[in-house]
Design a protein around this ligand. Sequence first.
Ligand SMILES: [Zn+2]
Ligand SMILES: [Zn+2]
Length: 512
Amino acid sequence: MNQAWKSKLASSFFALFAVALLLVSGSESLARVGGGQSYGGGGGSGHGGGGGAIIYLIIQLARFLIYLTIEYPIVGIPLDIIVIGGVVYYFTRRNRTIESEIVSVVPAGPAAGTAAVDTERAFNHLRRFDPNFSEIIFTDFCYALYGKAHEARGRGAQALDLFSPYLSESARTALVKRNPPGLREVRGIIVGAMQVTDLQGLDSPLVRARILFETNYTELAGSNSQPSKEMTYYVREYWDFERKRDLLSPPPAQATALHCPRCGAPLQKDTVGACAFCLTKIDSGEFQWYVRDITLMSREERGPLLTSDVAEAGTDFPSVIQPGFVTVRAAFEQNHPEFSWSQFQARARLIFDELQAAWSSLNWERARPHETDNIFQMHQYWIDAYRRQGLRNALDQCKITAMQPVKIQEDAFYNAVTLRSWAEGFDYTVDAGGRVVSGSQNNLRRWGEYWTFIRNRGTKAGPARADLNCPNCAAPLKINAAGVCEFCGGKITSGDFDWVLSKIEQDESYAG
Ligand SMILES: [Zn+2]
Ligand SMILES: [Zn+2]
């Protein structure tokens, strides 16, 4: 075998091994900024590979296992056992709904979501009935509702009832059932990943969407006689949403799950459980997305595994480019004469650098001005997981080596531009004593990712900023936890003033 073939074989071995690990463990854990994890897609990562790609990978994996078993049985046979065991476990588990706590659960993460649909195509279809539909706003809404519902159950069933225009009785019951005796508060609710795993009913009056949440929260329980006790859980749960297909989505400000879905007044209920303003009692998706059911899949105290080495997959795959991109790009440039690719890419680089620095130092606040609320939360989930385990994922000498625009989208409220970026650096994880527990300080790692930036369409046309000043008032960036500039009060992280990062997807899972 010549050298090139050997290295190709080695890289495909690692790619397939990574796929095997994903199928088996579902939680790849080598982390870099929003990166290597299976959660890397972040808000609305539901573009996840279609069934075809997964079947192709499975066939390739099987072929490779046979080859390994014959040629290198020492590697092949143990791998066979792991894969077969994993597949059997996955399929036996899949058919059960697990309500109780699972000890040492091996969840199938989003990357293994065999039921993943081509969400984007489905959303485009929905847009024919609802021109206001925006995936960005839908994702914001789901994050908001998830956080508010859990926070409310911490204050008791009555507090949760306020959200009855969004949560069916069975959904609320499912949430309250989780409350331990003496629950005082649910806090630190962080969504690590949200994925649309199924979207149905586009040819009927009622659309149904199944969402998988992977989250982390802390329950504080206790009574007067007992000291309070804190329990932190990592949770996976399905939420089944439904909505009348032929509705017009509300603008971003109304999509926070804090308003009556019918009249838009603040959530406030009269004694019979109807909206205090329009007197409507809502118990379906007649006006807005409505959660029919909630199914807890797993709940465990153990955080994600953060110390395994997983090789990069897909770095050398050809870019997935939007169909008709040349035309789309020309139209976009014509409609936005102020837009400059070089300024945009300079901003992307600045954001990349700031994120790497923030990540490596576990000082995630530094990344706050550059990310939408959802992806910031998703990254915070990982930072917290590292902290809890006394670990730090370092990224040294990271730099972008190339960037390529691959997609431009406009919906009723936002512009979105996706860049594929290639980067390299030293990526390793150290424990509290500074010992390297995974990755390497010596071997340069190369990877590629698809980064999607958004900007509000109402933004006053101006060039993208590539410095650390407020894009609204130009004062030095200083923002609070809500993403608001301390000088001008503008919410920077909404994309109202300049491009902000809204999504990171991996080479091997990006489907366009
Ligand atoms: Zn109302
Ligand atoms: Zn400002």
